[in-house]
Design a protein around this ligand. Structure first.
Ligand code: HEC
Length: 139
């Protein structure tokens, strides 16, 4: 008898948590995926040619970690808050203090929890475009 009660309790909890997840979504569907999971497609064209689309490349190549909800954004939120900056400065696209040279150095060498990215993952032409997009503080 006691075992049956426990099984009934567990069944209620499982059913309850399922309902809670569904309740967040529109019209009973699953919740919409977060931005870091819906990043831009890789822009078409020659990956080593100049003039690539920096915003789209940033979303596609870096977005898994650096769009809202990504692990890079989450880690940088803690760092930025601890340093006295607004939490939305954890999104690299909101930063105005990044230089192009700094962005390139971080991408090629890595920084703490960020792995370095090779020229296969991000070509020099693509990194130029991304650095131009993020590096609002100039060279
Ligand atoms: C695998 C996840 C991941 C990817 C992919 C990634 N990053 Fe990062 N990035 C991080 C993490 C985590 C940090 C914070 C590192 C730390 O301080 O521990 C970071 C930090 C940075 C910083 C330093 C910010 C600061 O305040 O000093 C820059 C700049 C940066 N990333 C640029 C990029 C660019 C550009 C790309 C794409 C070409 C990229 N990252 C791809 C995870 C990632």
């Amino acid at each position: 008898m006691r075992r049956l009660e426990i099984m009934a309790l567990v069944a209620t909890m499982v059913a309850g948590s399922g309902a809670a997840v569904l309740a967040q979504g529109p019209a009973g569907g699953p919740p919409p995926p977060p931005p870091y999971q819906t990043r831009a497609q890789m822009p078409p064209g020659d990956r080593v040619a100049a003039g690539r689309n920096g915003a789209a490349l940033f979303s596609n190549r870096c977005g898994v970690c650096h769009l809202a909800g990504g692990m890079g954004t989450n880690l940088l939120t803690k760092q930025r808050l601890a340093a006295g900056f607004a939490p939305d400065s954890a999104l690299l696209a909101n930063r105005t203090d990044l230089t192009r040279g700094y962005v390139k150095a971080v991408v090629r060498n890595g920084k703490m929890a960020m792995p370095r990215l090779s020229r296969v993952e991000v070509t020099d032409a693509e990194l130029d475009a991304i650095a131009r997009y993020l590096g609002k503080a100039g060279e």
